[in-house]
Design a protein around this ligand. Sequence first.
Ligand code: 5GP
Ligand code: MG
Length: 171
Amino acid sequence: MRVLISEEQIRQRVDLVASEIRQTYGHEPVTIIGVLTGCLVFLADLIRRLDLPIRIILVQASSYRGATTTGSQLAVNDDVLGDLKGRHVLIVEDILDTGKTLRHMVNLIQAREVASVRIAVLMRKLGRQIIEIEPDFVCFRIPDEFVVGYGLDYNDEFRNLPYIAIYEGQK
Ligand code: 5GP
Ligand code: MG
C-alpha cells in the first residue's frame, strides 16, 4: 500500500473546494446528495466547512465488486430522493471513473424539475472516462490506479484509513 494523497493534502484541498462551493451558492439552500458508500468521509468533512442551509440525502449506488473495474451492473436506490422540485442539488461522489454512475445520477435528478444540478468529486481518475460529464468541483486528479482509504474500500476494507493509498494487491 502506497500513500497517494496525505491527510494534510486532503485537508487543504477540501478546504479550498468547500470555499468554491460556498461562493457558488451564496446563501441559497442546497440539497446535497451523497453517493454511498465511498462518499462517506469526504461528505462528512465537506459539509462541516459549508456555511449554507443544507439538506442531505444519501443514495446507495454500487457498480463495483471488489476491485473489478468492469462488468458489474449499476444499481441505484432512488426511492429516497423524494421531492426535489425547485431545489439546487449538489451530488457528492468519491470518484469519477468511467462516468456511468454520475451520468445516471444526473439523469435521475434532472427528471425531478430541480433548479440546478452540480457535481463535487473527491477524485477524478484520468484516462478512464467513457461517458461525457464534467464535474463542477474536483479535489484531486489521480492516475489510473485502484485507490482505497478516506471512505474508499477494497472488498469493504480500508475505508477508515485517514489518507488515500494505492492498493497494490490486485487490479
Ligand atoms: P464510474 O461509474 O464512474 O465508472 O464509477 C464510479 C465508482 O466506482 C466510484 O463511485 C467508486 O465507488 C468506484 N471506484 C472507481 N474507481 C475506484 C477506485 O480506484 N477505488 C475504489 N475503492 N472505488 C473506485
Ligand atoms: Mg461511488
